[in-house]
Design a binder for this molecule. Structure first.
Ligand SMILES: Nc1ncnc2c1ncn2[C@@H]1O[C@H](COP(=O)(O)OP(=O)(O)OP(=O)(O)O)[C@@H](O)[C@H]1O
Length: 603
């Protein structure tokens, strides 16, 4: 029989979920063993209770056979088995909850560190809220899988099998009749799940949407408010929220209108059937105890059966959520794209590293580089460029000409489609990550400051000394204003660096990049949002780096790169002009000349 694709994907998801579950719980294996043992013992003790009760009624109370020590023993047995079983269940729950919580913790850590390593192309597709949901909600599904699903299923199965065995031992005819009626429970629960499943899936998807909208709105609050979009966003959120409420309500309705009443009714029918069957027989005194035991067992048969069937939908949801986490963990990280096929490059890089220098190799060598984010929409065309070590290079061009894209490729955020990029003579994707990030520093357009101290913002967890941090701040001309803050380098800068001006934030970002002592410094429109005075400071800082660090700066404001050794003018993803400011200004009607004159006019 051919297998449907959805069956394959469901099977794959189950496999993915359980292997992740195993991975997350591996260090706690022994706890799992203990939890299973306590569970089995507790379930068996619970089954034994009614048997002792039956013996007490049939052998002592009804025949007035008052053997006090034995009666006390049986009574104590009934009470003690219950108590011990509760104690064991407590122990089992403690072990299991600990294991489940540690698994969630491990998994969250795994997911977060993995997300940090993902390539930028992944984040072009990712929706922040959904990603956050993977780390927070979906990892919780692992806990549900352990505590709610697998152990409830195991527990219920043991209780069910034990109870049916005890019933068979007491009266196998009656046990068969009870067993024959039980499929009705499965039918009721199955119907319930069919009815509620779409609502459950919808509620989950909508919760993810709620997270997504919230994260998006907070991230873009200034744009949202500036566009007077509060009411529109509020309405959109309210609609999603309402849909979520409706979906949850239909789920609860299915439970309240179908499941519980139908099961309660069935319980009564089963009870009536057992009592009726007993009534049909010639009741001997000895059978009253059996009736007592059977009635006690009935609830213990139905409840586990409901639990097992109910867990299937929970199992499905948890498997889907856990599989989503597994899929995220399967996303290839940026580093995994690197090394293997460039072993030769690595060897060259190591050899170069051994003698401490890369000789005269250019800082950056780009050859016949083509790039497109999406198939059929090329952004960079056949770009070739060589940048000597220690040079100061400016990149200019109209909006959308590919400047930031070129920088992203230099930063290894995206792999080149065709052509090659080499840094200090080594192909880009052959350089180990740590080394690459130490060699290439970035000052982005948006400085992205952490809600931490000035020191932490410059250090970024590298563990630099105060002297190194201060030297970087001085080189970026940020030392004076940081030292003037109430707690100097230890002053908390507020969320997104809200305590600093835009220009100051940019200088901290430059200090942060310089603190890594990069050999190549990339600046992505680092001066576009700052005033002319701060721009002067940045220019001075860049001038001081001349000859020591290779600087590649994208600039809309041409005054920033006027003094560059070479300016590269991009036009629709191609190099249109290249040369120093004076040379480019000589090209009559040239792109650079026009851009420059336009800016002069505007100023
Ligand atoms: N992540 C992305 N996914 C798809 N297309 C993109 C992405 N980033 C940029 N592009 C497209 O690539 C082209 C070049 O964009 P890029 O940001 O490199 O231009 P730019 O010269 O830096 O522009 P600007 O000066 O406005 O920053 C544009 O057409 C843009 O729409």
């Amino acid at each position: 029989m051919p297998t449907k694709p959805e069956q394959i994907s469901a099977r794959r998801q189950t496999w993915q979920a359980f292997s992740l579950l195993r991975r997350a719980a591996l260090p706690d294996q022994h706890h799992l063993g203990w939890a299973v043992m306590w569970l089995v013992l507790a379930a068996l003790l619970e089954v034994m209770g009614p048997i002792m009760g039956k013996a007490l009624i049939d052998e002592h109370l009804l025949p007035h056979h008052l053997d006090w020590p034995r009666m006390a023993g049986l009574l104590a047995g009934v009470v003690l088995t219950g108590w011990i079983a509760s104690g064991l269940r407590y122990l089992q729950l403690v072990r299991l909850s600990g294991l489940a919580m540690r698994s969630v913790m491990r998994l969250r850590e795994m997911v977060y560190t993995h997300v940090l390593l993902l390539p930028m192309a992944f984040f072009d597709r990712a929706i922040t809220g959904q990603l956050v949901s993977r780390v927070t909600n979906d990892t919780e599904a692992v806990k549900t899988l352990y505590i709610q699903v697998l152990f409830v299923m195991l527990d219920s199965t043991i209780v069910l099998v034990g109870t049916v065995a005890a019933m068979a031992w007491l009266d196998w005819h009656l046990m068969l009749i009870v067993l024959a009626l039980l499929p009705a429970v499965l039918l009721i629960v199955w119907l319930y799940q069919r009815w509620s499943a779409p609502a459950v899936t919808r509620a989950r998807a909508l919760r993810s949407d709620i997270n997504g909208q919230m994260a998006e709105s907070i991230g873009g609050m200034s744009v949202l408010q500036a566009n007077n979009a509060e009411a529109r966003f509020g309405k959109r959120f309210a609609a999603t929220n309402q849909d979520h409420y409706t979906a949850r309500l239909s789920e609860l309705r299915a439970n309240a209108w179908l499941l519980r009443p139908a099961l309660d009714m069935f319980n009564i029918i089963l009870l009536a059937a057992v009592i009726y069957l007993f009534g049909q027989r010639e009741m001997t005194a000895a059978e009253v105890g059996v009736l007592y035991a059977f009635i006690s067992y009935l609830a213990r048969v139905i409840e586990p059966l409901i639990q097992i069937t109910m867990q299937f939908s929970q199992l499905q949801q948890s498997v889907v959520a856990t599989a989503r986490v597994a899929t995220l963990l399967d996303e290839a990280t940026a580093t995994e794209h690197a090394a293997p096929e460039h072993a030769a490059g690595l060897a060259a890089e190591r050899a170069a590293a051994n003698d401490g220098s890369n000789g005269d190799a250019p800082a950056v060598a780009i050859r016949h580089l083509d790039f497109a984010y999406n198939e059929g929409q090329p952004v960079l065309h056949d770009l070739s460029l060589e940048i000597p070590q220690g040079a100061f290079i400016g990149i200019v061009g109209h909006t959308g000409s590919g400047k930031s894209t070129l920088l992203s490729l230099l930063l290894r955020f995206y792999p080149a489609r065709h052509g090659s990029i080499a840094i200090h003579g080594v192909p880009l994707d052959a350089i180990p990550n740590d080394r690459f990030r130490a060699e290439v520093g970035l000052v982005p357009q948006d400085p992205f400051l952490l809600a931490a101290s000035a020191r932490e913002n410059i250090d970024m967890g590298r563990g630099l000394s105060q002297a190194q941090i201060e030297a970087a701040a001085r080189a970026a001309h940020a030392h004076d204003f940081i030292a003037a803050l109430d707690q100097g380098y230890d002053t908390a800068l507020g969320e997104g660096g809200s305590r600093l001006s835009v220009g100051q934030k940019q200088l901290v970002a430059i200090a942060r990049a310089l603190a890594g002592t990069p050999r190549i410094l990339l600046l992505d429109e680092a001066t576009s949002h700052i005033d002319s005075q701060t721009e002067q400071i940045v220019q001075t800082a860049l001038d001081e780096l001349r000859g020591k660090v290779t600087v590649i700066a994208i600039a809309h404001r041409l005054s920033t790169i006027r003094d560059a050794d070479r300016i590269i003018v991009l036009n629709h993803g191609r190099i249109a002009e290249t040369g120093a400011h004076e040379q480019l200004m000589q090209i009559d009607g040239g792109l650079y000349q026009r851009l420059y004159l336009l800016q002069q006019l505007a100023a």
